[in-house]
Ligand binder design. Structure first.
Ligand code: PGA
Length: 256
């Protein structure tokens, strides 16, 4: 790899403020000198401010797991991009399959959220991926293309390098079942070709993360797979040993 791999940890609904701060402190002490990757922690909203503070002065990044697209308003329980920005985060995960499938987020909403993030100069980590039914019925490419087209509608003139795509097959998230190297290479190559059609040559350079049961046993081979720029990790990102191990393994493949 000749660009630094990106490893984002999606903590989902795990860890209190105290647990989160203590966790990133331990990770920082263990791997700070050895990291040849862009590591991004995505804790729950409640911990963002404290974790940004705990990581101040390091290269570690911090991201939120969702946002609302409006600046402010009567949206009980929601958080705006400006509020996220005021905590000091640089990234935001958008369109995660749990948001789409459990909370019913539509492509239209996700599109508005990506617009809001880019306008506020936060980097969206835009998640796409097919369900098992989609894959079984040979709809994977079509689903990925639709999610990209709808999610990125109206963004033809943006600098696509200001975003990160995460390919996360829904059937591989939290299931212990990882997509095969062939499936990953095929999907990532396809996503690149769609991005190239949208943005021209620079589309090839948009980082594409793989997510779905990444762990310390499969990280090394996945990171060497064609068109894989890094990982979005759920379960293994909240365990100190596993996460450090993955970051250390992945760092070995980055050649300055
Ligand atoms: P997982 O989750 O690593 O636990 O499969 C990935 C994700 O949901 O981003």
């Amino acid at each position: 790899m000749d660009t630094k791999p990106i490893i984002a940890g999606n903590w989902k609904m795990h860890k209190s403020v105290e647990e989160g701060v203590s966790f990133v402190g331990k990770i920082k002490n263990r791997i700070l000198d050895k990291v040849e990757a862009k590591v991004i922690f995505c804790p729950p909203f409640t911990s963002l401010f404290s974790i940004v503070k705990a990581l101040n002065g390091t290269d570690f990044g911090v991201g939120a797991q969702n946002t609302h697209f409006d600046v402010q308003g009567a949206y009980t329980g929601e958080i705006s991009i400006e509020m996220l920005k005021s905590t000091g985060v640089q990234y935001v995960i958008l369109g995660h399959s749990e948001r789409r499938h459990i909370f019913g987020e539509t492509d239209i909403w996700i599109n508005k959220k990506i617009h809001a993030a880019l306008n506020a100069e936060l980097v969206p980590i835009f998640c796409i991926g097919e369900t098992l039914d989609d894959r079984k019925s040979n709809q994977t490419a079509q689903v990925l293309k639709n999610q990209l087209n709808l999610g990125l509608q109206g963004m033809e003139s943006i600098d696509p390098l200001k975003m990160i795509i995460a390919y996360e097959p829904v059937w591989a998230i939290g299931t212990g079942e990882t997509a095969s190297l062939h499936q990953v290479a095929e999907a990532h190559g396809y996503i690149q070709s769609v991005l190239e059609r949208m943005f021209g040559q620079v589309g090839y350079e948009v980082p594409i993360l793989y997510g779905g049961s990444v762990n310390e046993n499969n990280a090394a081979e996945l990171i060497q797979t064609d068109c894989v720029s890094g990982f979005l990790i759920g379960g293994a990102s909240i365990k100190e040993e596993s996460f450090c191990n993955i970051v250390e393994q992945v760092s070995k493949f980055y050649k300055r």
